[in-house]
Ligand binder design. Structure first.
Ligand SMILES: NC(=O)c1ccc[n+]([C@@H]2O[C@H](COP(=O)([O-])OP(=O)(O)OC[C@H]3O[C@@H](n4cnc5c(N)ncnc54)[C@H](O)[C@@H]3O)[C@@H](O)[C@H]2O)c1
Ligand SMILES: C[C@@H](O)[C@H](N)C(=O)O
Length: 343
């Protein structure tokens, strides 16, 4: 089978590898669509993300969906021919975190395309049957692949306890910010405010239903949020840019007693925030890391049309053109590219 292997910084090779055999509890999936995530692009550009260093040939890609073509002998939950989306993190299933249901916090988790674990830019992937989710007919495999970033959005909104009638303020209109916006709407938020520094990103957010978009290079964020909320502030702020000034500004947008959810990963781990502000205003500040128990919800939201992930896709490309696709993904206007493999 063909795989796109990252062999060096900014260097892919499309290589032949042996098609994997599914173990007893696994299914073999013929991959159809794989989204290009910011973290894939970061590994491509820099060969590392923090302590995760690419030390050998690595297959990237963790936003994937395809068709089951074989099943291991112990699998009865899914059949050959089913179209499925693959949840990319496999936990140990034994530790205290796994047993509490917070399996995304498992220290032993093996996450696709996080060194040393290979990802899904490949014709076939063998994957545990309990971490694939069947797609109904109305959901394409391209949409199915995007259950992954949608899951990040759902988890962030769950962490923020987004509720009916809430005003949610999202900083950063990349794929994650846009899907936080979608998830917040699905959970009942009535007003969604979005910031960015790139005009086309804000146009996209507006076209997808943002009630107010704020270009923070032109407009003072605190004033804009104050005006929109009659001086109260947003119930929940979700930081989805990873930009240091944006992380600091979350406290300017949230109401007293409100919640800040930090999703974006800053280049530097330390970003000073005003703790007196947090205490005086009794803010809840939550980290949000990946997701757990979100895939069923993501598939349902796509199936009934509550959430549209197609609107974040800019282009589709093939495994053979993966290098050009990654270059295009590095452009500031691009939100999401998808690698598609024909059956
Ligand atoms: N916590 C998690 O589990 C998790 C999961 C996925 C991604 N992430 C992180 O979330 C962040 C968003 O992911 P993405 O894929 O959408 O990234 P992205 O880079 O595509 O989007 C970030 C957006 O923020 C905008 N931006 C830059 N500076 C800004 C500022 N000062 N104010 C407002 N917006 C600004 C950019 O123009 C861009 O549109 C990244 O930091 C990513 O690493 C975290
Ligand atoms: C969660 C996922 O989308 C993220 N890029 C990660 O590797 O953690």
């Amino acid at each position: 089978m063909q795989t796109a292997v990252l062999t060096d910084v900014e260097e892919f090779e499309v290589r032949e590898r042996a098609r994997p055999e599914p173990a007893a509890e696994e299914v073999l999936v013929a991959i159809r669509d794989v989204g290009i995530c910011g973290s894939d692009v970061h590994y491509y550009e820099h060969g590392r993300i923090g302590d995760y260093v690419v030390e050998g040939p690595l297959v990237l890609g963790h936003e994937s969906a395809g068709e089951v073509v074989a099943t291991g002998e112990d699998v009865d939950s899914v059949s050959v021919g089913a179209r499925v989306t693959l949840e990319p993190g496999i936990p140990c299933r034994q530790c205290a975190h796994c047993k509490r249901g917070e399996y995304h916090l498992c220290e032993e988790v093996e996450f696709m395309a996080t060194p040393p674990h290979d990802g899904a830019f490949a014709e076939y992937v063998a994957w545990p049957a309990d971490f694939v989710y069947e797609l109904p007919e109305s959901v394409s495999t391209r949409e199915g692949a995007l259950c992954e970033p949608l899951s990040v959005g759902i988890h962030a909104c769950r962490r923020g306890d987004v509720d009916v009638g809430d005003t949610v303020f999202v900083t950063g209109a990349g794929p994650i910010g846009l899907l936080v916006m979608e998830a917040a709407r699905a959970m009942g938020a009535t007003d969604v405010l979005v910031t960015d520094v790139v005009e086309s990103k804000l146009d996209r957010a507006e076209a997808r239903g943002a009630d107010l978009t704020i270009d923070v290079t032109q407009t003072d964020l605190a004033t804009a949020v104050d005006e929109y909320t009659d001086g109260v502030g947003a119930d929940v702020v979700v930081e989805a840019s990873g930009a240091k000034p944006s992380i600091k500004s979350t406290l300017d947008g949230v109401r007293r007693g409100g919640t800040v959810v930090l999703v974006g990963l800053a280049d530097e781990a330390e970003v000073p925030i005003d703790v007196l502000d947090v205490i005086d205003n009794e803010l809840d500040v939550h980290g949000s890391f990946r997701y757990a128990n979100t895939y069923d919800a993501a598939v349902d939201l796509l199936a009934d049309g509550t959430v549209d992930v197609e609107g974040i896709v800019d282009f589709e490309s093939s495994l053979d053109d993966i290098d050009a696709a990654f270059r295009r993904s590095m452009e500031p206007d691009t939100v999401k590219g998808v690698i598609t493999m024909e059956d």
